[in-house]
Design a protein around this ligand. Structure first.
Ligand SMILES: Cc1cc2nc3c(=O)[nH]c(=O)nc-3n(C[C@H](O)[C@H](O)[C@H](O)COP(=O)(O)O)c2cc1C
Length: 403
């Protein structure tokens, strides 16, 4: 397990898994954490392995699972509970059984999970789950209070039908709720150049009204902007996402807009106190000159002519000293020359170029291939996930802010 040394601590999440029936939801949780661009490192108890094979967690986390067996088989002069504790920024225990919560509350460290908890110095989240009577027992309630007083985030159990067939409070928080808590904890403990900075990100394609039912739009999915907002948030920034595609489960402020004019107004407000503006939205360049109140009828017409007028250039209108501006240039073809011209004309700090005609990347897809035009030169990121592209862009923003 010397691999423990290699993983990036800032993105590693220790996921303690114990022997509760809600363990099947932890498989989804671990998968979700991977989707969030994080590295789950799963530590299981022996009871957990009676419910779900370690292989399942190894497969979804794309990493070896740590357990008592791996701890006792250790060689090479390292201690797995200490190494695991050092390798991560956040620890979450889900499901957290009454038994493991009691051990955590009293400092019993008789297995790898509880020993790792004692050795861990970062934020800890627990997602208790058990039969309602076990949950309400004075011993469990006392242990939960002890943990909360010590700074452990105890996620509330949910009301509903329990696996034992009874009704009551004792269901584990949903994987989405747990993922959100993990992202919040990571963001709060981030220490890089974006930590504490105010970042405004735009995403999605605008819709320009023709009449009450029709609009001119584009195929932007908002995925690249969402990935950038998530990335900035994880690096500790205070994020506002101004978007035509509001996501569910975002940990930051989301302002929902429709047209270029609405987006310009929302960005104008949000950017006043911002340090960084990332314009990843596909904003219409033109809108219909007239917004018909009703519905344009087909009638006897053979053709319909719409007059279009220019929309406001949001990036150009927000220029001010102290605001680091990132623009996107989606060009049809390998037109880096046009991207360079755009960067120069608008005085943009960082311009991200992508070729919308390139196969399998860009608009609507989960992947992208970008070239970043920075103050120092050009950095190419070959085809990869939009999350990985967002990581590369955030690295450049941090360099720019530091410089
Ligand atoms: C089918 C089954 C379901 C269980 N579900 C839970 C549960 O949801 N919550 C809980 O606290 N204990 C539950 N238990 C009891 C724990 O598995 C038991 O206390 C075990 O010792 C926990 O060990 P661990 O905390 O080291 O994982 C369950 C046991 C069985 C057999």
């Amino acid at each position: 397990m010397s691999g423990l040394h290699d993983v990036s601590v800032a993105r590693t999440v220790l996921v303690g898994v114990t022997g509760g029936i809600a363990i099947y939801k932890s498989v989804e949780l671990v998968r979700g954490l991977v989707k969030d661009g994080l590295r789950p490192l799963v530590v299981t108890t022996e009871a957990a392995q009676r419910f779900v094979m370690p292989l399942t967690f190894a497969a979804v986390s794309q990493a070896p699972v740590l357990d008592d067996q791996s701890a006792w088989q250790g060689s090479g002069g390292w201690f797995q509970h200490i190494e695991a504790a050092r390798a991560a920024s956040v620890m979450v225990v889900a499901p957290a059984t009454a038994n493991t919560l009691a051990k955590m509350a009293t400092g019993i460290a008789d297995n790898l999970l509880t020993a790792t908890y004692l050795a861990f110095r970062g934020p800890v989240i627990v997602a208790p789950t058990m039969n309602w009577a076990m949950h309400q027992h004075d011993a469990t309630q006392h242990n939960l209070r002890l943990l909360a007083d010590r700074g452990v985030e105890v996620l509330p159990t949910e009301q509903g039908e329990l696996a034992c067939g009874e009704e009551g409070s004792g269901r584990m928080a949903s994987p989405e709720t747990i993922r959100l808590a993990v992202r919040r904890a990571l963001a709060a403990s981030a220490r890089g150049p974006l930590a504490g900075k105010r970042v405004v990100v735009t995403s999605g394609g605008t819709r320009e009204r023709i009449d009450a039912v029709r609009f001119i739009g584009n195929r932007s999915s908002g995925k690249m902007g969402r990935a950038l907002a998530d990335e900035a948030y994880l690096r500790g920034a205070t994020v506002t996402l101004v978007t035509t595609q509001p996501p569910t489960g975002a940990a930051y402020d989301v302002v929902s807009v429709e047209s270029a004019a609405e987006m310009a107004a929302a960005v104008g407000d949000a950017v006043r106190s911002a340090d960084v503006l990332v314009m990843a939205a596909a904003v219409a360049d033109f809108r219909p000159a007239v917004d018909e109140r009703g519905k344009i009828e087909r009638g006897e017409r053979e053709t319909l002519t719409l007059e279009l007028v220019r929309t406001v250039d949001i990036l150009a209108s927000t220029a001010r000293p102290g605001l680091y501006r990132v623009g996107f240039a989606a060009e049809a073809g390998p037109r880096l020359d046009r991207a360079r011209a755009k960067k120069a004309a608008k005085g943009i700090d960082l311009l991200v170029f992508n070729d919308i005609l390139a196969e399998g990347v860009g608009i609507g897809s989960d992947e992208n291939e970008i070239t970043m035009l920075t103050a120092e030169g050009e950095v190419h990121v070959p085809r990869t996930s939009k999350a990985a592209c967002a990581h590369a862009v955030a690295d450049q923003i941090e360099k720019g802010l530091a410089g």
